[in-house]
Design a protein around this ligand. Structure first.
Ligand code: FO1
Length: 311
């Protein structure tokens, strides 16, 4: 069966690459990305939403290709000016990127939802896919570390370069968050749900922490597939493998599949790894590493072909 609508649960850089690959092969409007907002924070009075922006800039074709986040060829004059005042900015906000935070903050202060402002910003960037925050409420990922106790996510990730040892992770505010009508509608409309190869504990777990989100996945009438972010014992990027070790998991695709058990019917691991055996989940090996833009398109096509064939 041909897949018309894909719903992608996604975090930052790695997941955005898959979103980009899917966007190349699906018709306009057929992809909806439900994005982690647990990384969002207030910084110099601005609402910064790193994963939302990473997905938006990637789909908009303006992302910095080296970092995978921020705007390509952006300058940092604002940070230089802050330094002149004696500040030591530790979070690298580019000048063009700041324009996004200014408009978003202004809209939020006026009472507009993150869902609505994201629709306007992505429309202005001529993005034909739908980018939805996991919720319009503020949810903050908090990382409990051996060395510093609890750290706000970006303090852990950027300021401390994800070096502290992780003891636990919680999602502050999740209990009073809610699934938006836009997210609920996207689940109803989807022919397949894909969980991107993002960090399960830092990027996907916050999405699943929103009350009602797990039920949307559990009540699905369409297949749900997850991709491994772990390939041959290592994370493609970032702290996934390190965190798995620190939280007591084996650093294997199987441990990732088990984390999603009950929520997925299909699991994609890298063909260089042994096939994970897990009950009620069909597994398939693919070249899961996205080194280049053609790789993203190839992987997205293989995923849709495989799921389309078993539908
Ligand atoms: N990551 C860094 O490692 N250092 C930075 O200074 C940094 C700045 C930054 C600014 C805007 C943005 O949208 C993303 C930014 N990121 C930076 C990436 C971000 O911290 C992480 O990729 C995610 O939060 C984890 O998915």
């Amino acid at each position: 069966m041909a897949i018309a609508r894909v719903l992608l649960l996604v975090g930052g850089v790695g997941g955005a690459k898959l979103a980009h690959g899917l966007a190349q092969i699906l018709p306009p409007g057929a992809l909806t990305a439900v994005v982690n907002t647990g990384d969002d924070f207030w910084h110099y009075g601005l609402r910064v939403c790193p994963d939302m922006d990473t997905v938006m800039y990637t789909l908009g074709g303006i992302v910095d290709p080296i970092n995978g986040w921020g705007v390509r060829d952006d300058t940092t004059h604002t940070l230089d000016a802050l330094r002149r005042y004696g500040e030591q900015p530790w979070f690298r906000l580019g000048d063009q990127d700041i324009a996004t935070h200014l408009l978003r903050t202004q809209a939020i202060r006026r009472g507009e939802s993150l869902t609505s402002i994201t629709r306007r910003l992505s429309g202005a960037l001529s993005i034909q896919q739908t980018i939805l925050p996991m919720t319009d409420a503020e949810v903050a990922t908090i990382v409990d570390t051996e060395e510093y106790g609890e750290l706000a996510f970006q303090e852990y990730f950027v300021r401390h370069r994800w070096q502290p040892r992780v003891k636990a992770i919680r999602f502050a505010g999740a209990e009073s968050a809610f699934v938006t009508a836009a997210v609920a509608d996207a689940f109803k409309a989807a022919d397949v749900i894909v969980i991107a190869p993002s960090n399960p504990w830092l990027s996907i777990a916050p999405i699943l922490s929103v009350p009602g989100m797990r039920d949307l996945l559990l009540d699905r009438r369409v297949p749900s597939a997850a991709l491994t972010p772990i390939i041959r014992g290592a994370a493609v990027k970032g702290p996934t493998a390190k965190i798995m070790g620190e939280l007591g998991y084996e650093i294997t695709p199987l441990a990732v599949a088990q984390f999603y058990h009950g929520l997925i019917d299909c699991f994609i691991y890298d063909s260089g790894d042994p096939p994970p055996q897990i009950s009620d989940v069909r597994t398939v090996g693919m070249d899961a590493l996205m080194r280049s833009e053609p790789d993203r398109v190839r992987l997205a096509g293989e995923i849709l072909d495989w799921i389309g064939a078993i539908l």
